[in-house]
Design a protein around this ligand. Structure first.
Ligand SMILES: C[S@@+](CC[C@H](N)C(=O)[O-])C[C@H]1O[C@@H](n2cnc3c(N)ncnc32)[C@H](O)[C@@H]1O
Length: 293
């Protein structure tokens, strides 16, 4: 990453900080630290007795944060998945934290990468892994799975009604080796008017499956309370309705069981001003909760 270029603009920083209610000696965990945008704001509010744990599945993000946040002595970084939070905290000899942040999805650095295959606008190998040590890539999904499986995956994770026709074209064009070949298979199944939305949706569906994103989120949601202190807070930022729905239902369930209090009756969205400054913030939805028992 070239220095001087901001690889990711953090979203809804003011709201994240407000809901986390950071206490200067507290312990916090940024479960998806990415390029450290939110983390830096948390660290600025901590004393030397406070601590931030940062996790990311992408080793490149961890390497970047190691350098860019090296001025802070109270941060510990882990290349891992956030659903392994218990293991990570036990390595750090921490039982519970005072606040958790999950800024889901992918960073601008990942989306803009010329080699990771996340964007339909940039031709590259069909990769789409957050964790580069994982074996299974988008290429494997598209070239090994059956036509029916591909159609089902696209439909399940994007609600795209042309999923069968897209899967059919993918199947006919196999082996599909790069992003622009996949774009061509989708192009053949969609009228020009809807094409960009369909492209974005199908790429998102493939990414969700390659990274097992929804299962990991559900897994985390069933466990996180055990690692959050009573009075501690959790903030989620999600970028699509599947993710937001999972968070919403899990929080409702925990609230019904009197484990948490929901702090955001409705999900919050970025201000118009933030949307204007950062187009990628447009679909963000923030939900926050406090552990009460
Ligand atoms: C939207 S970015 C976070 C940006 C960060 N808040 C910032 O301000 O720089 C999402 C990050 O989550 C990471 N990620 C996705 N799934 C993950 C998982 N299961 N565990 C840990 N990190 C994950 C991605 O690699 C990406 O770096």
């Amino acid at each position: 990453m070239r220095s001087g270029i901001n690889p990711h603009i953090p979203i809804m920083v003011k709201e994240v900080i407000q809901y986390l209610q950071i206490s200067k000696n507290g312990t916090y965990i940024d479960c998806t630290i990415g390029y450290g945008g939110h983390a830096r704001h948390i660290l600025e509010r901590l004393s030397l007795d406070g601590k931030l744990i940062g996790i990311d599945k992408d080793e490149k993000a961890i390497k970047y944060c190691k350098k860019s946040l090296s001025a802070y002595n109270n941060i510990q970084l882990f290349h891992n998945s956030y659903h392994k939070i218990k293991d990570v905290l036990s390595i750090s000899k921490i039982q519970k934290v005072d606040g958790m942040l999950l800024d889901l999805g992918l960073s601008s650095a990942q989306l803009d990468s010329k080699s990771r295959g996340f964007s339909y606008k940039i031709d590259s190998e069909l990769d789409m892994r957050f964790d580069l040590s994982q074996k299974f890539k988008a290429y494997d999904l598209l070239n090994i799975k059956s036509k029916k499986d591909i159609a089902d995956i696209i439909f399940k994770y994007s609600n795209e009604r042309r999923s069968r026709s897209i899967a059919n074209n993918i199947f006919k064009m196999r082996p599909i080796k790069n992003v622009f070949e996949l774009v061509e298979a989708i192009r053949k199944s969609t009228p020009p008017r809807n094409r960009y939305k369909t492209l974005a949706r199908v790429f998102q569906a493939i990414r969700i499956l390659v990274n097992n994103e929804l299962n990991i989120l559900e897994n985390f949601l069933s466990e996180f309370c055990n690692q959050l202190s009573v009075g501690g807070r959790i903030v989620f930022i999600s970028f699509h309705s599947l993710e937001d729905r999972i968070v919403k239902h899990a929080l409702k369930d925990l609230s019904f069981k009197k484990k948490i209090k929901i702090l955001t009756k409705r999900p919050m969205s970025p201000s118009q001003e933030e949307n204007d400054l950062n187009k990628r913030s447009r679909s963000a939805k923030l939900r926050a909760a406090e552990r009460i028992s």
